[in-house]
Write a protein that binds this ligand. Structure first.
Ligand code: DX5
Ligand code: ZN
Length: 217
């Protein structure tokens, strides 16, 4: 959790050329690929499901960071495991037995992440973090790419770092939403190490430069 990880979000890619877009991200220096799964129920948008995860998995071996913005994430888990996810992140707000879901993810051989929306207090996640490999602090209200970063989330990141130290834990802290070199610097200062970035990477004129700037921020 001390290493800086840059995870471009496929949501901002050209869906008509997914293979080329993933290759472009890898060649530009991406560490992980972030895959936003939206069900039109937990969030007000529909993106893609396990078939997309599998299609990416079959063409590349980049680490797949699957962000499930779906209701009943426990119900869909096995399909994302089978599709080739390396890390599966579920929302604390999604209506499931969080500890049991995290355990199922780990038992399936994947890393387990827990996400909290900007309006959700960190306290909702704390009891579960001993069973998680990553805490995702959403820096926008999930559902759409290209939204503005919410700086009010920064104190939550600082509090998560403090909790991690006090409890002797080692989970990554990931931020997602409105991340570019400027906001990544603020998140890194607060203690986040995994930077998800959609628009600022895939839509940049020079993706490698954009990733480098986020890494060095
Ligand atoms: C938001 C998604 C994000 C999104 C980020 O609901 O979880 O991963 O793709 O997009 P940008 O970086 O454009 O804010
Ligand atoms: Zn995401």
């Amino acid at each position: 959790y001390r290493d800086r990880v840059i995870a471009p979000s496929l949501l901002a890619a050209d869906f008509s050329r997914v293979r080329e877009e993933v290759t472009r991200a890898i060649n530009a220096g991406a560490d992980w690929l972030h895959l936003d799964v939206m069900d039109g129920h937990f969030v007000d948008n529909i993106s893609f499901g396990p078939a997309m995860v599998q299609a990416v998995h079959e063409t590349n071996d980049i680490y797949l960071d699957v962000h499930l913005m779906v209701s009943r994430p426990d119900h869909y888990l096995p399909r994302f495991v089978a599709a080739g996810a390396d890390l599966i992140t579920v929302h604390v707000e999604a209506g499931h037995d969080v500890d049991s879901t995290l355990r199922k993810i780990r038992d399936a051989g994947c890393k387990a992440g827990l996400a909290i929306n900007p309006a959700t207090p960190l306290e909702a996640a704390l009891p579960h973090l001993a069973h998680a490999d990553l805490l995702l602090c959403m820096t926008v209200v999930p559902g759409f790419g290209g939204q503005a970063f919410m700086p009010e989330v920064l104190p939550k990141i600082e509090a998560a770092v403090k909790w991690r130290e006090e409890q002797g834990l080692a989970f990554h802290i990931e931020v997602d939403g409105g991340i570019d070199a400027l906001t990544a610097a603020r998140c890194a200062k607060a203690g986040a190490n995994v930077m998800v970035a959609g628009s600022s990477t895939f839509k940049a004129p020079d993706m490698a430069a954009a990733i480098r700037q986020i890494r060095e921020a």
